[in-house]
Design a protein around this ligand. Structure first.
Ligand SMILES: Nc1nc2c(c(=O)[nH]1)N[C@H]1C(S)=C(S)[C@@H](COP(=O)(O)OP(=O)(O)OC[C@H]3O[C@@H](n4cnc5c(N)ncnc54)[C@H](O)[C@@H]3O)O[C@H]1N2
Ligand code: MOO
Length: 400
């Protein structure tokens, strides 16, 4: 059994980035991988803009009690065309162009309006803040500035691209990940299972996980526990960029995935990782160099392995920096017992603690319990042979 860090390194070395790009409309680009730098088609803000509601003035004339005559108004979408001279002010609103001559916005909380009959006047109050409250032209970005590639586009990126006045972007094609569920006991959701059958859940959870990571998951028909059925399954996923099998990875008489994969031409890289759940994980290369990840059948094992290994592999397929999921420091809300010899990724819930992030390891850790996995929002990581730990002790967590 190899350690989890080595398993990830070996999996990533099996993966090469896919090629081929396409145009994606902005509204469909979130989660896609930007393939070429996206260049701004305009400067933002395109003019010096007010950051506050108030009065645009010349800052040199501002002191407590100073008076200004209001000569016009600049609003967002409609600027004041004239110039602000000494002793003058232009009523201005957030986002509006700052008029010529002005270099400071007196916020309206610091201005007292004086109605003296001869036109509107204001007087600066006794306490004035120091800010100019002006956003310079191009302070956010300038025409031609680039959002660099590659990167997976976040909703924040989409806002930026829209502000850049782009309607579509060049993105990498989605890496195709085939999901092959295996087992005589499985039926698809919605079918009527026989008396000894269950519903295939892993494939659906993986599908969701992969889609959220920008991959194109493909569910292959469930393969049965025969060499013929598994051979047909491997043949049917020959066009995938990465093949994931589910189940049949362990040592039972009907665990044929390893053998069938070998007959399909798999060059095995490793089998078995020193982790819990997920021990029977396997990885290798199929003909054509396509990576194969064989996930254990137990539903929680499959999902935990997918979080730890499959998602980084999808990043590598997309040509992005790929790394183990980020671990955050937390403190146990309740003690946990001593760990066994495998690194344990215990299903857990995050809670606000007295000093930072707290984590509660859930009571039932059997790797078949999807209800417990659904309740979890993190994996608490227990090192091999870690002694029992008390409430308050430091532990690392992987948010799900
Ligand atoms: N004697 C030993 N038995 C087992 C060992 C071992 O070392 N020695 N390892 C155990 C561990 S750890 C795991 S994990 C499981 C993994 O076994 P397989 O990968 O061969 O998985 P299966 O036997 O096919 O199935 C296990 C379990 O998961 C259910 N399953 C399978 N596929 C799906 C699916 N798509 N959706 C939902 N559930 C699925 C299957 O019905 C079984 O209940 O082996 C232990 N045994
Ligand atoms: O290690 Mo297996 O993956 O727990 O149940």
């Amino acid at each position: 059994m190899i350690p989890t860090a080595e398993a990830l390194t070996r999996i990533l070395s099996l993966v090469s980035p896919v090629t081929g790009t396409e145009r994606a409309p902005l509204l469909e680009a979130a989660g896609r991988v930007l393939a070429a730098p996206a260049r701004a088609r305009r400067t933002q803000p395109p003019f010096a803009a007010s950051a506050m509601d108030g009065y645009a003035i010349r800052g040199e004339g501002l002191r407590p009690g100073a008076e200004f005559r209001v000569i016009g108004e600049s609003q967002a979408g409609l600027r004041f065309a004239g110039e602000v001279g000494p002793g003058q002010a232009v009523r201005i609103f957030t986002g509006a162009p700052v008029p010529q001559g002005a270099d400071r916005v007196l916020i309206q909380e610091d201005a007292e309006r004086l109605e003296d009959g001869g036109g509107e006047r204001i007087r600066a109050r006794e306490t004035l803040d120091a800010g100019s409250h002006i956003r310079p032209a191009g302070g956010d970005f300038r025409e031609g500035d680039a959002l660099p590639a590659p990167r997976r586009l976040t909703p924040r990126d989409i806002s930026l691209l829209a502000a850049m006045n782009l309607t579509e972007v060049e993105v990498l094609r989605r890496p195709v990940v085939a999901i092959v569920a295996t087992g005589d006991e499985l039926v698809e959701p919605g079918e009527t299972p026989g008396p000894d059958q269950i519903v295939s859940s892993n494939s659906y959870g993986l599908h969701a996980l992969l889609a959220a990571r920008g991959a194109a998951p493909r569910l292959a028909p469930i393969a049965r526990d025969t060499m013929e059925s598994l051979a047909a399954a491997f043949a049917s996923v020959a066009d995938a960029d990465l093949v994931v099998t589910l189940g049949g990875a362990s040592v039972g008489d009907h665990d044929l995935v390893g053998r069938a994969a070998a007959e399909a031409g798999l060059s095995l890289d490793f089998w078995k990782v020193n982790m819990r759940p997920g021990k029977p994980l396997m990885a290798g290369r199929l003909p054509g160099g396509r990576p194969l990840l064989g996930l254990p059948g137990n539903p929680v094992s499959a999902m935990v392995c997918a979080q730890l290994f499959l998602l980084p592999a999808v990043d590598a397929l997309a040509g992005l920096p790929a790394a183990a999921p980020r671990r955050l420091p937390a403190r146990l809300v309740e003690g946990v017992g001593a760990n066994g010899p495998r690194e344990h990724f215990a299903r857990a819930r995050l809670e606000p603690g007295p000093d930072g992030l707290g984590v509660r390891v859930l009571g039932r850790q059997d790797s078949s319990l999807l209800s417990v996995l659904a309740e979890a929002d993190a994996l608490a990581v227990l090192a091999p042979n870690a002694p029992a730990m008390a409430a308050g002790e430091a532990i690392e967590v992987i948010p799900l």
